[in-house]
Design a protein around this ligand. Structure first.
Ligand SMILES: N[C@@H](CCC(=O)N[C@@H](CS)C(=O)NCC(=O)O)C(=O)O
Length: 212
């Protein structure tokens, strides 16, 4: 058995963030598909791993811990793998700032707009319009903050880049045009050039898989 098991579902953006981190750090792991449609995430066995009844969950069999919340999982894996954690504590705290920032209107705006476009959710028209405005406002802010920067924190890629890429990369499925955001598009190209990179539609298996 691999040290880690990622419990998730392939269309899930937060699961993708963790899958991407595991790929970029070349970390062997088992993958356990959680059938949300069948309610597997609300069954006692899953709730014992994650009280919130959501994917993703990362199980570390060596340390006997189960973690939820994709941003926390990335933080944990940065420590455990020694990769993408920044060069010092100040970098890590900056990365955490970005992750908390991204959990606001960027996440709500993009993921909810995408869910509507994919027919997974319905919102009243005014709520849908507000979600789109949230996404566009946050994307504009991000694009401005990326001016003159290669990565979000310091001189190299960190969990902040992986986390935020795992949100912004669903803009296409949300039918949000990134053309006006040139800094953002160049930064996305840099993330996509990292060794081991896989995009949101190819990173996660559609069924459970054991590590080779
Ligand atoms: N803040 C969480 C969000 C996780 C989340 O929303 N997961 C969704 C799938 S994308 C889920 O499990 N939804 C089922 C539910 O909430 O009942 C994270 O970043 O991990």
């Amino acid at each position: 058995m691999a040290r880690y098991t990622l419990h998730g579902m392939w269309p899930s953006g937060p699961t993708y963030k963790v899958g991407l981190m595991l790929r970029l750090t070349n970390t062997p792991h088992d993958y356990e598909h959680v059938d949300l449609r069948a309610g597997a995430h609300k069954a006692d066995a899953f709730l014992a791993k994650n009280r919130y009844g959501q994917v993703p969950v990362l199980e570390d069999h060596e340390q006997d811990v189960c973690l939820s919340q994709s941003s926390v999982i990335l933080d944990y894996l940065a420590d455990e793998t020694g990769q993408f954690g920044g060069k010092d504590r100040a970098d890590r705290l900056r990365a955490r700032e970005w992750q908390f920032w991204a959990a606001g209107p960027l996440t709500t705006g993009i993921y909810r707009t995408r869910a509507v476009k994919l027919g997974l959710f319905k919102f009243p028209d005014d709520v849908q319009a507000a979600n789109l405005q949230s996404a566009l406002g946050a994307l504009k802010e991000l694009d401005g903050l990326l001016a003159g920067r290669t990565w979000l924190v310091g001189a190299g890629p960190t969990i902040a880049d992986i986390d935020i890429y795992g949100i912004v990369s669903y803009s296409g499925q949300a039918q949000i045009d990134l053309q006006p955001f040139a800094n953002l598009r160049k930064w996305m190209d840099r993330v996509e050039a990292l060794p081991g990179f896989k995009g949101p539609t190819e990173c996660l298996p559609q069924a459970s898989v054991k590590a080779p």
